[in-house]
Design a protein around this ligand. Sequence first.
Ligand SMILES: [Zn+2]
Ligand SMILES: [Zn+2]
Length: 201
Amino acid sequence: MRKPRRRCKNPDCREWFHPRFQNEWWCKPECGVVVGIAAREKKRLKERQERESKRKKEAQQERRHHQIRKLEVKPLSYFHSKAQAAFNTYIRTRDAEQPCISCGRHHEGKYDAGHYRTRGASPATRYDETNCHKQCAPCNQHLSGNIENYTPNLIEKIGQEAFDILMGPHPVKKWTREELKQLATHYRQKTRELIKQREGV
Ligand SMILES: [Zn+2]
Ligand SMILES: [Zn+2]
């Protein structure tokens, strides 16, 4: 019986031959050398690719950790400014159809979210929705809130009871970074929902 034929593994040769052993894969020793070198090269390349992808993964992880550390060392004021921006955007969205809380004018131009009790004097009410309303930039920035007109309009808008609560004592609030992050997320979501709700009508 003839032994089965086999093709030489050397890609430059590819001759048919009759193997004498089960593990004989090339027709002559020279072909064996070529196949051996190719196999070693392939292995080296694979190892190099593995090292490279491992290095990349580690660098990526390092960058991520670095990002987290950077956020951790950010001052509390950074998180306050993010939360306040989200809160103020919500207030302006909520009051979009309303005039300036102080002067009662609908006019072209920039509108702010104006705090009745200022953030500096009353930090505990800086994220209080009864304390903040759409206000035109002239009233907010040039008339210091135009408080003498803000007061009656505010009472009319939120009611005497809510006004008294707003003006009453508030416990000192110590915000954590986590709370402020959640607050920012909460108000961004609230704004989105309000816009969606209005578009639906
Ligand atoms: Zn060969
Ligand atoms: Zn105004």
